[in-house]
Design a protein around this ligand. Structure first.
Ligand code: GDP
Ligand code: MN
Length: 382
């Protein structure tokens, strides 16, 4: 789960990181009031689930209360990377001497979290990572002990040669590691962490991704979810207990089990097709899930064929067949259905579907090729 900068700053402040105060405003007038409260200059920042706001014009300094009102008005009318800006963050502006990058994420290859530091932080970090990856100092964290103070100091002295700044950075790294663990985050990032002209260290941007699978342990964090910022189909799927991720292709897939779903998508690509989504209807037997899945899938205008690939274990093929029949009867799909039901009660499912308007196949390669062909001919017909 992705959260906004202002929410991430709140969380980091609670973990004793040096974050300046802030007000969130959804109108220019609220932003002006915030500027009055803080004294000017202030910084006005778009709150959207996207990076690169600075380069997109979504981060502006304001020298006066009127200026803050005007900047907020501009930014609140913007779209950044296709996302409407509904709120701005207003915070006292900082005099920056240096900007560095600090982040902790999961290194899946190493099966450990990794601390990343870079002396050249700020808006060009992606360029630095791409062109000169050796400038990023990486330190893996012990999964049990976390970040050790000596390791934090060793890494920090590679970024700052001067003692006060390096020790300040090490302290930030340790607190960030504590926050990463406590929040069950998959990413915590401060870019930039700045040294002010007065020599203080401040976190003036924050990004946190939370592990969806750990949210049951953090009921309060679940409330940080911004439903407006999420894909409507993904939201509906989550509410009904399905895992759905929207993709750009035209062959929709309804599969049970994440592994089979991945294999199905791979095979679609292998045979020259392009999957429209990842969808795992899960392990339970419930015809309603099939109806919901088809509703969600069909609201995607790119979909030209729907592939059902079900391996019946706990999921019973006759239940899936029942769901399919209900849909075909009540709201016939606008695109061809290609179905493979294998496993528990498959004979019964086959009997049920015998008269239905859909294509079946028993092999995995076969069903995928048929679905791609169906999508192609639907494409040519339209
Ligand atoms: P991002 O572009 O979405 O990552 O947004 P940031 O919050 O990181 O802001 C982008 C850039 O704006 C930073 O790297 C800073 O250079 C600049 N910036 C942000 N806040 C301040 C501030 O208070 N004072 C000054 N002088 N610059 C700021
Ligand atoms: Mn940033």
């Amino acid at each position: 789960m992705n959260i906004h900068e202002y929410q991430a700053r709140d969380l980091l402040r609670r973990h004793d990181l040096p974050v300046p105060p802030q007000v969130v405003a959804s109108t220019p007038e609220e932003a002006a009031n915030a500027a009055r409260e803080f004294d000017t200059p202030v910084v006005v920042k778009a709150q959207v689930h996207a990076g690169g706001r600075g380069k997109a014009g979504g981060v502006k300094l304001a020298q006066s209360v009127d200026d803050a009102r005007a900047r907020a008005e501009e930014i609140l009318g913007m779209q950044i990377k296709g996302l409407d800006v509904r709120r701005v963050l207003v915070a006292p502006a900082v005099d920056i001497a240096r900007e560095v990058y600090v982040g902790i994420t999961l290194d899946r290859a190493a099966a450990r979290p990794v601390l990343m530091l870079c002396a050249e932080g700020g808006v060009d970090i992606e360029e630095v990572a791409r062109l000169t990856p050796e400038k990023i100092v990486r330190t893996h964290l012990d999964p049990v002990r976390g970040l050790q103070p000596f390791a934090a100091r060793a890494a920090s002295f590679q970024v700052f040669s001067e003692g006060r700044a390096a020790l300040g950075l090490a302290r930030v790294c340790l607190r960030l590691a504590a926050a990463f663990a406590a929040l069950d985050a998959t990413l915590v990032e401060i870019n930039p962490l700045v040294v002010t002209t007065a020599g203080d260290i401040l976190a003036i941007d924050a990004k946190i991704n939370l592990d969806d699978n750990a949210l049951t342990r953090h009921p309060k964090l679940e409330s940080l979810r911004d439903l407006d910022a999420e894909d409507a189909r993904e939201r509906k799927a989550r509410a009904r207990g399905l895992s759905y991720i929207h993709l750009d292709g035209d062959v929709a897939c309804v599969v049970n089990g994440a592994g089979l779903a991945m294999a199905t998508m791979d095979l679609i690509q292998h045979y020259g097709g392009s999957p429209a989504n990842f969808l795992d209807i899960g392990g339970s037997s419930n015809p309603e899930k099939v109806t919901t899945a088809l509703e969600i899938i069909q609201s995607d205008p790119n979909v030209r064929a729907i592939l059902f690939n079900i391996f019946g274990g706990i999921t019973r093929c006759d239940d899936v067949a029942q769901g399919l029949l209900t849909v075909i009867e009540t709201s016939p799909p606008r695109v061809p259905l290609v179905v493979r039901l294998i496993g528990t009660n498959e004979e019964r499912a086959r009997e049920m579907l015998a008269g239905a308007k859909l294509e079946t196949a028993s092999g995995m390669d076969e069903v995928v090729q048929k679905a791609i062909a169906a999508a192609r001919s639907a494409g040519e017909a339209s």
